[in-house]
Design a protein around this ligand. Structure first.
Ligand SMILES: O=C(O)CCCC[C@@H]1SC[C@@H]2NC(=O)N[C@@H]21
Length: 190
């Protein structure tokens, strides 16, 4: 597959370290804000984190998207209240949702990788978001299975089933937002 250009690269400008740092910080801040929009369900809350990660994964490219989520985990580990419900520290990184937290890095990277390899327009963006979200649910469910007394079916019912439809809607919304941003950029550049 040919390599294609993520939105942020298409936006142009100097690819400086300062620009990359600003993108990583603003992206991780977006995920932190989205984590606070949550419906407290036990053991896995419903949040907007994946929508924020989709916007990052679909626009940043694989490496910068992955780095943004590594920074997000680092901010939480350092004590900033960036995880769902304002949680912070090392406990969430070992708790029932740790599979999702570490999986966020893989989700962002895989999404950027798919965009760079051609899933960069319209339905392709939607497909990239969905495929990468499917990757996220593997560690999310398996971690819950390993870390709690739930069997595999119980872990799936708690960590995946309630969220699948919502993730499809989030992928559609993210793809529409990024498509709109591309269209706006195209008309601005003439
Ligand atoms: O503790 C955290 O901050 C992580 C919460 C993970 C929630 C997961 S992400 C995928 C799925 N979709 C949701 O809305 N909630 C779960």
């Amino acid at each position: 597959m040919a390599h294609t250009t993520p939105l942020v690269t298409a936006l142009g400008g100097n690819d400086t370290i300062a620009r990359k740092v600003a993108m990583v910080l603003s992206g991780s801040l977006l995920v932190a804000a989205a984590a606070q929009v949550s419906v407290p369900m036990f053991p896995v809350p419903m949040t907007l984190q994946t929508l924020a990660i989709m916007l990052i994964g679909l626009t940043y490219g694989a490496r910068l998207a992955g780095a943004t989520l590594v920074a997000y985990l680092g901010q939480g580990a350092m004590g900033f209240p960036v995880f769902a419900g304002g949680a912070f520290g090392l406990a969430p990184l070992m708790g029932p949702t740790a599979g999702f937290l570490f999986g966020f890095v893989a989700m962002a990277f895989v999404m950027g990788w798919l965009v760079e390899r051609g899933l960069s327009k319209g339905f392709g963006l939607f497909a990239a978001a969905l495929l990468a979200t499917a990757v996220l649910f593997v560690p999310g469910v398996l971690w819950l299975f390993a870390a709690t007394p739930l069997d595999l079916q119980g872990a799936f019912m708690a960590a995946a089933a309630p969220f699948l439809l919502g993730e499809v809607v989030k992928a559609a919304v993210a793809a529409l937002i990024v498509t709109g941003a591309f269209a706006a950029l195209k008309s601005r550049l003439g």
